[in-house]
Design a protein around this ligand. Structure first.
Ligand SMILES: Nc1nc2c(c(=O)[nH]1)N[C@H]1C(S)=C(S)[C@@H](COP(=O)(O)OP(=O)(O)OC[C@H]3O[C@@H](n4cnc5c(=O)[nH]c(N)nc54)[C@H](O)[C@@H]3O)O[C@H]1N2
Ligand SMILES: Nc1nc2c(c(=O)[nH]1)N[C@H]1C(S)=C(S)[C@@H](COP(=O)(O)OP(=O)(O)OC[C@H]3O[C@@H](n4cnc5c(=O)[nH]c(N)nc54)[C@H](O)[C@@H]3O)O[C@H]1N2
Ligand code: SF4
Ligand SMILES: [Mo]
Length: 845
């Protein structure tokens, strides 16, 4: 008899609500759940593959142990108990012998288990490496540095009520489906849409303006827009937020890199001068406690005299202060001399003056008139509605200039004056507070704060962000076999052989003879699994609860309780089972739960019910029936929380910091946003550009795939059967390349295969490859797989040079490559001659 079961798709982070119709153990129908508060009944193509994935013949069904040589494909079936004991024993043995560096989790984007996984890392005192240097966290960190709060742009913007939406290097039509749909609703409601992207894609076709850009140079456009805003005094629309809630009016000292302190003035009020900013990681991903005892100086227009802001008391030195936003002011210093000091905004205004459209166009390869048009659209507010800037992966996460680009966009957003923490503008994302709450991640379980490889080079990432080891440094050390590199790798819901830059180092590390154990938990054997010692079968979303601990939803931000629809094949288990059972083997008290249902209810009660004074929910079936708990959104949402003090701007100054001394402390040379050329590019490395003559960007999302997953699923693979590289039609013609030709795509690091996709929508001189690496074959369609290295764009990407200075983002978007036909004998010979030397260099650099 058919039964309808309500659950949640987790084939991407959108987590759409699904109703599955089930007969026996088969899924016979997949429908969107119209009652889901966010996805509202919409699903994408991936959800409809649920039955194909559920019954796929290649699904891993039982825990298996390697019996032959590494990678020889010989396995024996073992029980979960045996597998878990063996993994725990090995981890304990290695940690005792070599210390906590020796056991590493390789973490992917996270498939609903990030925060319990952090708890396990803390429980085991293990180390980890993942894509945090390029995904999400660089954005969070620059919003943390600037706002003292973390924002996720896809969730923060009230797009349906916007006047203009700038999709800046993001394409939520593909990447965050419901956000894409909300943006299209915004358009229907009259919003202008501007898309900044080197490639004209689906979202551009719906836009009022496509702004082509050379990959990696977006900050120059942001500085250009900022310049035009200052020049046209657009900020005057409503300066109150800037005056009262940002450090825009603070005075800057002579160095131009530090803010003026009251202690230096004749009117020093007894301030001591010991007034740096102190920053301490709070132990969770991206969390940092920032404080200072300094008093900062503004020019008060009401009294025509300096006034002081004290962050410790969060108050002005007198009532009724109206700080000047622009200008220079003469002030008497303690030594009797006088100094003239600019406001932060005055300094920024002067700094961006050279960034005119005429100056920026040759840098970004954007036509001058397009830049002016962009300015017109972002400052034309139909019906007084706000302009929302949504920057993401493409524009400010994966370049030499990632955090400064992000800050330029964040501050631009502020100058465009959207309503803050209220409808029609930007909502504070409440979920961050309970997502990375120490109650779930438990940093206290670690005997001492974790140490990560690359700490010295990337302090903001490793120490402040607590975001793990820098991947480039980590994999290079592991490939070389350094003493402090791991001997054991545990990979759950991640595939480092596809996701990490300079991926040859990943492969070399895993295959290094000193690697004693590799564990892989996945639905299918992935390339890492193929060389693993123990392989564990994972349950798909239709087969599990225990998921979705990343709330990460936009308004109204529900907490979701899914149901199991069908039984997983064989002994496949949900990821929370693995985390829990592993945790128990190290510290049973920290892992008191007996099932994933219990874990889910604990989370519901601890973070949603109890804080709201509601009775705990104890019956899982009842909770699953209820399905969606909206405790912080919709009519429960409290607005403008910063005005009541319920939410703080947790920067040193307790103001939004347009001028950031914290940036200076952690690897950046300037407290205001700046532009840096991509380290490998036509300007920074003209010698390389002579041979590698295209500016490459990698990793744009495709509808059909989630990262490297699903090239084996016929429903998905049929949409994009072959690896492809997009190039401009004139560039193709100049190279004698036709649409559909098989090409080598080559960089200084290596080369891969892809079919040419030739069109006018690629910025001339640029090329783009999507994220999926076609690692798995699709037998049903008779389409090949290319393993870890055949069509993997990360073979092309550098991880050791040209990273963002303090955060260490890899330059995945914006490096040099060339393309040529696979039968081009001359190019092939040249490649072969240098291939081995390049491979060696890549590993040892
Ligand atoms: N060049 C380039 N590289 C990039 C990017 C880019 O834009 N350009 N993007 C980067 C970003 S932002 C990210 S987040 C990373 C992502 O990188 P990863 O998260 O490592 O992505 P995948 O390669 O899909 O690896 C995930 C593996 O887990 C399996 N899997 C899927 N769901 C589950 C599950 O629920 N449980 C278990 N146990 N297994 C599951 C899949 O089958 C797959 O083999 O890639 C990064 N790499
Ligand atoms: N279907 C699907 N959805 C996904 C994922 C997936 O693999 N598949 N991955 C998920 C993850 S982990 C993440 S982090 C998000 C990412 O989400 P998004 O940031 O929205 O997605 P991307 O497609 O990676 O990048 C958006 C656009 O950036 C453009 N771009 C490339 N280089 C540049 C540049 O230098 N400047 C500018 N301005 N644009 C550039 C690309 O052409 C692309 O169209 O997607 C998530 N959603
Ligand atoms: S894969 Fe599609 S249906 Fe599933 S959560 Fe993502 S957008 Fe929604
Ligand atoms: Mo990501």
């Amino acid at each position: 008899m058919a039964e309808k079961i309500r659950t949640t798709c987790f084939d991407c982070h959108s987590k759409c609500g699904v109703v599955l119709t089930v007969e026996g153990n088969d899924i016979v129908k997949v429908e969107g759940d119209p009652n889901h508060p966010v996805s509202e009944g919409i699903l994408c193509t991936k959800a409809y593959s649920a039955q194909e994935i559920h019954t796929h013949p290649d699904r891993l069904k039982y825990p298996m142990r390697r019996i032959g040589a590494r990678g020889a494909g010989q396995w024996e079936r073992i029980s979960w108990e045996e597998a878990l004991d063996e993994i725990a024993d090995k981890a304990k043995e290695l940690a005792a012998k070599y210390g906590p560096y020796s056991v590493a989790f390789t973490v992917g984007t996270g498939r609903g288990s990030n925060h319990f996984m952090t708890r396990l890392l803390n429980t085991m005192n293990a180390t980890f490496v993942g894509p945090g240097n390029v995904c999400l966290a660089p954005f969070l960190m620059q919003t943390q540095v600037t706002w003292g709060r973390q924002f996720h742009p896809h969730e923060a913007g009230d797009y349906r009520n916007a006047g203009c939406i700038v999709m800046w290097g993001t394409n939520p039509i593909r990447s965050r489906q419901y956000t894409g749909l909300r943006i299209l609703d915004g358009k229907r409601n009259g919003a202008h849409i501007v898309v900044v992207d080197p490639v004209y894609r689906d979202i551009s076709a719906r836009a009022d303006l496509w702004v082509p850009v050379r990959p990696g140079t977006d900050a120059a456009i942001a500085l250009c827009m900022t310049n035009l805003i200052f020049k046209n005094e657009y900020w005057k629309k409503s300066p109150e937020f800037l005056k009262q809630w940002t450090n825009g009016p603070f005075l800057v000292d002579e160095s131009q890199t530090y803010l003026l302190r009251r202690s230096r003035l004749s009117d020093n009020g007894g301030a001591t001068g010991d007034e740096g900013i102190s920053v301490a990681s709070t132990g969770g991903l991206g969390g940092a406690a920032v404080s200072t005892s300094a008093q900062f100086v503004v020019w008060d227009e009401n009294s025509n005299a300096p006034a002081y802001w004290d962050p410790t008391t969060e108050s002005w030195s007198r009532d009724n202060v109206s700080p000047a936003l622009f200008g220079s002011y003469e002030i008497e210093l303690a030594d009797g001399t006088k100094g003239v000091f600019k406001t932060v905004l005055q300094q920024y205004k002067e700094q961006v003056e050279p960034w005119t459209p005429e100056a920026v166009s040759p840098i970004t390869w954007t036509p001058v008139e397009t830049l002016y048009k962009m300015y017109d659209l972002i400052t034309d507010d139909p019906d007084g509605k706000a302009t929302l800037v949504a920057p993401y992966l493409g524009s400010c996460m994966m370049t030499t200039n990632a955090l400064q680009s992000g800050r330029a966009m964040t501050i631009l957003q502020m100058l465009l004056e959207p309503p803050i923490d209220e409808p029609g503008g930007i909502f504070f994302n409440t979920f961050w507070e309970f997502m990375s709450d120490p109650k779930i991640t438990r940093p206290d379980l670690r005997p001492e704060p974790a140490h990560y490889l690359g700490e010295d080079r990337y302090p903001l990432f490793c120490k402040v962000g607590n975001a793990g080891s820098n991947p480039g440094e980590f994999w290079a050390a592991a490939a070389r076999g350094d003493d402090n590199a791991p001997r054991m790798y545990i990979s759950m819901a991640s595939d480092a052989t596809g996701s990490q830059a300079q991926v040859k180092n990943v492969w070399a590390a895993l295959n290094n003879p000193r690697t004693e154990m590799i564990v892989s938990m996945d639905y299918f054997l992935n390339p890492e699994g193929e060389i693993a010692d123990i392989v564990l079968p994972a349950a798909h979303w239709s087969e599990r609860v225990g998921n979705f601990d990343e709330e990460l939803y936009p308004e109204p931000c529900p907490f979701v309780v899914p149901q199991i629809a069908v039984q997983a094949p064989g002994e496949a288990k949900d990821d929370w089972f693995f985390l829990r059972e592993m945790g128990k083997r190290f510290n049973p008290e920290a892992w008191p739960w007996e099932s994933s249902e219990e874990m889910q209810l604990w989370r519901l009660n601890e973070f949603h019910q109890k804080p709201n004074g509601k009775d705990p929910v104890t019956d899982y079936e009842q909770a699953a029936e209820h399905a969606y708990y909206v405790e912080y959104g919709a009519e429960n949402r409290k607005l403008r929380k910063y005005e009541t003090g319920a939410v703080k701007f947790a920067t040193g100054s307790k103001k939004v910091e347009i001028f950031s001394e914290m940036m200076l402390m952690f690897g950046y040379d300037w407290p205001l946003p700046t532009f840096t050329e991509p380290a490998e590019g036509p300007v920074a490395s003209p010698d390389v550009y002579e041979t590698y003559d295209l500016v490459m960007t990698t990793g744009a999302r495709d509808y059909a795939f989630y990262h490297s997953a699903w090239t084996n699923i016929a429903h998905q693979r049929v949409l994009e059967p072959w690896p492809y590289v997009e190039i401009n039609d004139q560039d193709a013609e100049a190279r004698g390349i036709g649409d559909g030709d098989w090409l080598w795509v080559e960089s200084l690091r290596g080369r891969i295969k892809a079919k040419a996709r030739v069109h006018q929508g690629v910025t001339r001189g640029c090329a783009s490859m999507c994220r999926q690496n076609y690692k798995q074959a699709c037998d049903e369609l008779g389409l090949p797989g290319y393993g870890w290295d055949g069509a993997n764009p990360n073979l092309l990407v550098d991880a050791l040079h040209g990273n963002d200075p303090g955060w260490g983002s890899d330059p995945m978007r914006g490096f040099l490559a060339k393309v040529y036909k696979i039968d081009d004998a001359e190019q092939n010979a040249r490649y072969e001659a240098t291939r081995l030397a390049m491979a060696d260099a890549a590993q040892t650099r």
